[in-house]
Design a protein around this ligand. Structure first.
Ligand code: NAG
Ligand code: NAG
Ligand code: NAG
Ligand code: NAG
Ligand code: NAG
Ligand code: NAG
Length: 296
């Protein structure tokens, strides 16, 4: 969903959503998101590196979504800091650092909405930081969405480009440690953990804590560290983790893929996720199961 025709943009984390106007759950209650991370499209489409007309690259990049009438939204990563416009992507409010802080709302039955919070974690010539303004904005938006749902919190998802510092506390120390937690009741975890964590600086009272206490996010997902696509549950009940590295630019030779999320209306904890690999196979699947602390 997102789109920036003609301006420099490194699609570091892009989501493809199944509709062109209002976002709605299907009649059977499902909603599919596909997350492409760290495309580093030859590093041509970046706010920092682009020197010529990027339109041709951008058109090629978006051809698959245009041909299928799919909507998409982008988050800026650490190679982007130019303004952009169009599609479902939005400019964030001027009082919050970064340019891509916004909320998408998936409409369910009875007028309820499930939020997708998009955070700009900076980078490039901007500091890689989450500030108190991000947290205040998040709290405001959570309350606004809850008010639309009769003050009932309907946990959605958060997408960020750069991981939260807290990711380091849930990442398994080894592949064996990760496998051992696959079916854990207390600290479940699945996926690939072959990379470090390079988090943003948290210059706030704590975005993760704000999410946990607001109850409006059941999974916070990032890109940035190309060798990770794991998802692990934090002790606060939220799922933290990574999409799959999708691009051929940037570091690393891990097989490319895109993480898919199948949401179920009104049942955020039933979100089924897997990675669709470039060769069509499926890897690193799991269900972001409900927990008392994230489900009302
Ligand atoms: C809902 O419908 C879509 C589109 O037909 C399908 O892909 C998906 O598997 C269905 N989901 C469930 C839970 O039935
Ligand atoms: C930029 O490239 C596009 C696509 O190739 C082309 O249509 C457009 O005229 C170019 N714009 C400029 C200013 O060169
Ligand atoms: C895309 O949407 C347009 C406008 O609704 C429609 O005319 C066209 O047939 C659609 N194309 C595909 C591939 O669904
Ligand atoms: C949050 O809401 C309060 C109260 O309406 C407002 O004063 C403040 O500017 C908002 N902060 C952000 C970052 O949106
Ligand atoms: C939701 O909460 C706000 C703030 O407490 C209150 O003003 C409003 O009346 C509530 N709305 C509903 C539908 O309960
Ligand atoms: C982070 O917080 C410190 C202390 O409040 C402040 O001096 C600094 O400017 C902040 N940095 C950013 C990038 O917001």
């Amino acid at each position: 969903m997102a789109v920036n025709r003609g301006l420099g943009l490194c699609v570091i984390l892009a989501l493809v959503l199944p509709c062109t106007t209002a976002l709605k759950f299907r009649p059977n209650g499902s909603f599919r998101i596909v997350q492409f991370t760290d495309l580093h499209y030859g590093d041509q489409i970046t706010g920092n590196n682009v020197v010529n007309n990027a339109t041709a690259y951008w058109d090629e990049l978006l051809q698959p979504t245009y041909l299928r009438n799919l909507s998409f939204a982008t988050l800026f990563g650490n190679h982007d800091d130019n303004p952009f416009e169009s599609s479902l992507s939005q400019h964030g409010p001027a009082n919050v650092p970064g340019v891509s802080n916004y909320v998408l709302e998936i409409e369910g039955s009875h007028g309820t909405v499930t939020p997708l919070f998009m955070f700009d974690t900076g980078g490039g010539t901007l500091p890689e930081v989450i500030t108190q303004a991000h947290v205040d904005w998040f709290r405001n938006e959570s309350a606004r969405v809850a008010a639309r749902n009769g003050n009932k919190t309907l946990p959605g998802m958060a997408f960020l480009h750069i991981p939260m510092p807290e990711f380091a506390s849930v990442q398994p120390s080894s592949a064996a440690a990760l496998r051992a937690r696959r079916g854990s009741a207390t600290a479940p975890c699945f996926g690939m953990a072959q990379d470090g964590i390079s988090p943003y600086t948290d210059n706030s009272t704590g975005l993760l804590d704000a999410m946990a206490s607001a109850g409006s996010v059941h999974a916070a997902i990032t890109g940035h560290n190309h060798g990770n696509d794991w998802l692990c549950r934090h002790s606060n009940g939220m799922w933290l983790g990574f999409g799959r590295h999708s691009g051929y630019g940037g570091y690393g030779t891990w097989a490319r893929g895109a993480r898919v999320y199948e949401l179920q209306a009104g049942k955020p904890g039933a979100t089924y996720t897997y990675v669709r690999m470039e060769d069509g196979s499926i890897e690193d699947a799991g269900v972001l199961e409900p927990t008392a602390s994230v489900l009302q």
